[in-house]
Design a protein around this ligand. Structure first.
Ligand code: IPE
Ligand code: IPE
Ligand code: MG
Length: 245
C-alpha cells in the first residue's frame, strides 16, 4: 500500500472540509534549488495543480480555491509575468477535457477584467464549457487581492445604497458578503500554504476569519496527494470553536 493510500484510510469522510484554499508558494525557490530559472518552477507547479485538483475531486471536497496570481504579482519581471499568463492559458486550454471527465466546474475570482484579453477569452471559454459539471468547484484566484476585493465590494454596495436598492441601516455582514467575489461560495474551512511562509499575502482576507491554517515547508512543485492528506488529517484533529467554548 502506498503512503497516500494508508493516509487516506485514516480519513474521516464525515469530517471533511467543504472548502480548501491553497496559497501555492515556493515555485521560484524550488527552481533555484535545482539551479533552474524561476519559470521552470512555475511549469513544475502546474503538475501539482493537476494532481491536487484530481485528489480533491476523488476525496469529495466541494470547493478548492487556488491562489494563482495576486494583484501584487505584477511587480515581478515582465518575462516571469508573461510566462505565468502563458502557463495559465495553456492549463485552461489543455485541462478542459480532463476537467469535464472528472466533472470539475471551473470558476474564477479577482479583477479578471484587468487580465490580458487572450487570458480572459480562454478563461471565459473554460468556465462556460464546465458550467454544468456537478463535481468539485475549482475556483482560481487570478489577479486577486483581498483588499481590492473588499474595496470592490464596498463600491458595489455603495452603488446599491445610492440607487436605493439597499438601505444603509440594513447593511450587515450577511448583506456585505453578497458583494464579495465569493458570494456564491462558503468560506474556506482549511487554508494551506506551501513553502513555509506564515503569512496570508492578501488572500481571502474576509473569508479566512475562522479558517484552520496549515503550513508546510514543502515547495508547491513538490506538493503531492500525500501532503494534502496530511493537511486533512491534521484538520480533522482540530477543534473548531468559532469563538465559543
Ligand atoms: C508561487 O511561487 C507562484 C506565484 C506566486 C505565482 P513563487 O513564484 O512565489 O515562488 P517563491 O516564493 O519565489 O519561491
Ligand atoms: C502569494 O505568494 C501569491 C500566490 C501564491 C499567487 P507570493 O510569493 O506572491 O507572496 P509573498 O510575496 O511571499 O507574500
Ligand atoms: Mg512566493
Amino acid at each position: 500500500m502506498t503512503e497516500a493510500n494508508e493516509l487516506e484510510e485514516k480519513l474521516d469522510k464525515a469530517k471533511l472540509p467543504c472548502h480548501i484554499a491553497i496559497i501555492m508558494d515556493g515555485n521560484g525557490r524550488w527552481a533555484r534549488k535545482r539551479r533552474l530559472p524561476r519559470v521552470a518552477g512555475h511549469r513544475a507547479g502546474v503538475k501539482s495543480v493537476r494532481e491536487i485538483v484530481r485528489a480533491c475531486g476523488e476525496i469529495g471536497i466541494k470547493v478548492l480555491t487556488l491562489y494563482a496570481f495576486s494583484v501584487e504579482n505584477w511587480k515581478r519581471p515582465r518575462r516571469e509575468v508573461d510566462t505565468l499568463m502563458r502557463l495559465l492559458r495553456e492549463f485552461l486550454r489543455r485541462e478542459i477535457p480532463n476537467l469535464n471527465k472528472n466533472r470539475v466546474r471551473l470558476m474564477a475570482i479577482g479583477r479578471l477584467k484587468e487580465l490580458p484579453g487572450k487570458v480572459q477569452e480562454t478563461l471565459e471559454k473554460a468556465i462556460k464549457s464546465t458550467e454544468k459539471n456537478d463535481g468539485l468547484i475549482l475556483n482560481l484566484a487570478i489577479n486577486y487581492g483581498g483588499r481590492s476585493e473588499i474595496v470592490d465590494a464596498v463600491k458595489g454596495l455603495a452603488k446599491d445604497v445610492e440607487k436605493g436598492i439597499c438601505k444603509l441601516e440594513e447593511i450587515n455582514e450577511e448583506i456585505f458578503e453578497k458583494y464579495l467575489y465569493t458570494s456564491h461560495l462558503p468560506d474556506p474551512d482549511l487554508l494551506i500554504r506551501t513553502s513555509g511562509e506564515h503569512r496570508v499575502s492578501n488572500f481571502l482576507l474576509w473569508q479566512v476569519s475562522y479558517s484552520e491554517i496549515w503550513v508546510t515547508p514543502v515547495y508547491w512543485p513538490d506538493f503531492r496527494r500525500r501532503h494534502l492528506l496530511e493537511a486533512l488529517l491534521d484538520y480533522q484533529r482540530r477543534e473548531r470553536r468559532f469563538g465559543g467554548i
